[in-house]
Design a protein around this ligand. Sequence first.
Ligand code: PEP
Ligand code: MN
Length: 362
Amino acid sequence: MNIINIKDWKLGIQLSKEKPFLISGPCSAETETQVLQTCTQIANLGVDVLRAGIWKPRTRPGSFEGIGKKALPWLVEAGKQTNLPVCCEVANANHVEEALKHGIDILWLGARTTVNPFAVQAIADALQGVDIPIMIKNPVNPDLELWIGAIERIAQAGIQKIAAIHRGFSVYNAPKYRNQPQWEIPIELRRRIANLEIICDPSHIAGKRDLLFEIAQHALDLNFDGLMLESHITPDTAWSDAQQQVTPEGLQTLMKQLITRQLDTDNLDYLNKINHFRTLIDNLDTQTLHLLSQRMEIVRQIGLHKKESNIAILQIERWLNVRNSALEKAASSNLSESFVEDIINTIHKESIRQQTTIMRKD
Ligand code: PEP
Ligand code: MN
C-alpha cells in the first residue's frame, strides 16, 4: 500500500521528537464561541491539528446529534485564527461533499462507520480523485480485518495520505475503560501494514479524564505516532462526552506529564547493553522452542500408546494436575498466573491437536 506519512501531508505540520503529534479540540462543535474559544486556547499547547465533531453518531436517538454543516465554517474559522489544519468526522458521501466544500483539511472515519463496508465504500467513492488525508478509526468491535478492509477501500479510491486511529473496542459492561484498548490489535495492524502511522485516541478509550494519562503514556511507550485528545472550554457542560474532555489547562498539564520515547539512539552504552540482552533472549528463545519440540515428541509417543490401547486422549484429572502444578509454580518463578495459564493452555491445546491427528490416522 502506497501511504504518505503525516509529515508529508503538506499541511505545515512540524513533527518534533520532544512532543507527540497532537490532534485536539472538542468532541462536538456546539456553538461558534465554544469552538473558537477552545481552539484558540489550545492552539499553542503543542496542538498540530484541530478537531471538532460536526455530525455525531449517537447510540440513542434524542441525544445531541451534532450541529451539522452550519458548524463547518466555525471550525474553518478556528483554523484560520490559529493557523492550524482542521479535521472532522464524515459518515456518508454528503458529509464528505460538505466538508470538502467548506475546506476542511483532514477527514476521519468514526468507529461506527469503519464497522460497515457499505458505508466505507460510499465514502471511498465520494473521495475518488480527491487529495485529502483520511484517518480511519478502528471498528467498534475487535476485528482487525474489518479495520484493514476499510483502510484498503480508502486506499483503492486513490487516497495516499492515510493514518489509523486506535480508539479501543466496545464490550458489554465495560470494566474500567469505556472501550477496551486491546493493544495487541493496533500492534498487529502495524505488523500487517508496516508504513501505516497509528494515532491513539485516549479520550474514547478512557471515557473519563482521570484515565487519559495512563493510556496516552502507554501509547507513547509503544511508539504510537500521535494522540487525539478531546478538549473543551467547559467540559462538564459539554453536549457530548462530558466526562472525558479536558479543559485547555487540563490538556497543558497532561502534555507536560507525558514522556515521549525514541525508536532508537546512537548512544554506544545503550547499544552495547541492548545487544547483549538481545543475544541472551535469542538464545533462550531457541532453547524454549527446543524444549517445546521435545515435549511434543513425547506427546506424540503418548498419542500412539493411547491409540494402541484404545484410551481417550483427554483425561480430565491428569490435565487438571498438569495445569495446577504449572500455576503453583507461577509465583516462585516470578511469572504472573494469567501468563502461566495462557502458556499451559496453549501447550495443552497443541498436545490434544497432535494426539488427535495420530488417533485419526487411517
Ligand atoms: C469522536 O471522535 O468524537 C467519535 C465519535 O469517536 P468514535 O468514532 O471513536 O466513537
Ligand atoms: Mn467524542
